[in-house]
Design a protein around this ligand. Structure first.
Ligand SMILES: Cc1cc2nc3c(=O)[nH]c(=O)nc-3n(C[C@H](O)[C@H](O)[C@H](O)COP(=O)(O)OP(=O)(O)OC[C@H]3O[C@@H](n4cnc5c(N)ncnc54)[C@H](O)[C@@H]3O)c2cc1C
Length: 352
């Protein structure tokens, strides 16, 4: 259970760092609390294997590091279907109306098979023995140039630790000896983990009936439960789905009721065709303690994201703080995660 480097968290930051370290022959281990890799990359292969991204879904042309990584892993990206018309409901007592969509400023791309494909493709290049799943980091002690990492699966040791866990989760749920600097803790606790309050849903169908009828899929509603929704059929066009975000007040509703309310709203838009749905999935991120450690602490979107204090290395550069929210570039996004991993990798290369 000793490696030169321990990476905390197997989200996109931790996995990208592992991918880079492995190519240069570094000795490392990854500790991940959940039973699978990916973190906020969370594609549900629902029903008839319809890939629905309940976490990150889109990337853009201004994400060069992410695009390069996808390229290296031979993963295909393709534009999100938007159409030129949308359904719009201005308020609860108004009906949905079809509106002209303004031209898109940036094309949003999807990863073929869903964003989890990226996490799984990286993991496939690593030695499985290096990834410890179902392993929750509880405390970290630094004595005599060695880190002792206590987890619910036992003790791991290393010379370097790279935290790829969102800063607020680090500050709220892992204890450090010596303690992390007070300025770090103060900022980290008030750092929003991007999308920590969101609820995403996806619903699979046997056919894209909206397309067959010439109706838009893209939907915006100020009333809810659906806030926004898009066509999420796959690239091969043999799996059909709608996917989107629910209004935050749906966090207070149980999953069965959420499903019933979404179906009802969809029926009011598309009619009875929706009742023939194959599968419904949703995920309330504010109930995921590894993303949103204190749900009642409401922070504004991107609060403190990219703050310099969050990426300061500690203990003479042996404790490196990484993760998308620490990135100077597009913090909170997948590009931020890849950028953060690249920076951590450079730091380790210079130190070891
Ligand atoms: C609903 C949603 C939609 C999004 N949409 C987009 C999008 O369209 N485009 C985009 O670019 N970005 C999007 N994002 C953001 C994107 O998902 C993140 O920027 C990126 O995945 C963050 O990667 P990360 O590795 O830094 O953090 P995470 O993915 O959060 O990884 C951290 C890992 O650490 C683990 N962990 C936490 N605590 C412990 C512990 N104590 N012990 C061990 N392991 C622990 C977690 O389980 C997790 O696997 C979205 C996020 C969400 C939630």
């Amino acid at each position: 259970m000793h490696s030169k480097i321990t990476i905390l968290g197997a989200g996109l930051t931790g996995l990208t760092l592992a991918y880079l370290l492995q190519q240069q022959g570094f000795d490392f281990q990854i500790l991940e609390a959940k039973k699978c890799v990916g973190g906020r990359l969370n594609t549900k292969l629902s029903g008839n294997h319809i890939p629905i991204d309940l976490g990150a879904a889109w990337l853009w042309d201004y994400n060069p590091n992410l695009k390069q990584l996808l390229n290296q892993l031979n993963l295909t990206i393709y534009p999100q279907e938007m159409g030129d018309k949308v359904w719009y409901q201005p308020h609860a007592s108004a009906d949905f109306q079809i509106m002209q969509m303004p031209p898109q400023q940036q094309v949003s791309y999807r990863i073929n098979g869903g964003s989890t494909n990226l996490a799984l493709s990286i993991a496939a290049t690593l030695d499985k023995k290096q990834i410890h799943l179902n392993t929750v980091v509880e405390s970290i002690e630094y004595v005599n140039h060695t880190y002792t990492i206590k987890t619910d699966q036992g003790i791991f040791t290393s010379d370097y630790v790279v935290s790829c866990i969102p800063p607020a989760v680090v500050a709220n749920s892992i204890s450090f000896d010596p303690q992390l600097p007070v300025d770090y803790l103060n900022v980290a606790r008030e750092t929003q983990t991007w999308m920590e309050d969101s609820i995403k849903f996806g619903i699979g169908f046997k056919s894209a009936f909206w397309e067959e009828k010439g109706l838009p899929a893209t939907t915006f509603s100020n009333a809810g439960p659906i806030a926004e929704m898009y066509d999420y059929s796959n690239l091969a066009k043999d799996r059909f789905a709608l996917m989107g975000f629910l209004h935050p007040h749906m966090n207070d509703i149980n999953p069965e009721d959420r499903e019933a309310r979404v179906i009802k709203q969809l029926e009011s838009i598309f009619g009875e065709d929706v009742l023939d749905y194959v599968t419904y999935e949703d995920y309330a991120w504010n109930q995921d303690i590894y993303v949103n450690s204190i749900p009642e602490n409401r922070l504004v979107p991107h609060q403190n994201n990219g703050n310099l204090i969050l990426r300061k290395s500690l203990n003479n550069n042996t404790l490196i703080m990484a993760g998308s929210e620490t990135s100077a570039v597009l913090p909170g996004y997948m590009e931020g995660a890849v950028n953060s991993a690249l920076k951590a990798f450079e730091m380790l290369k210079n130190c070891i």
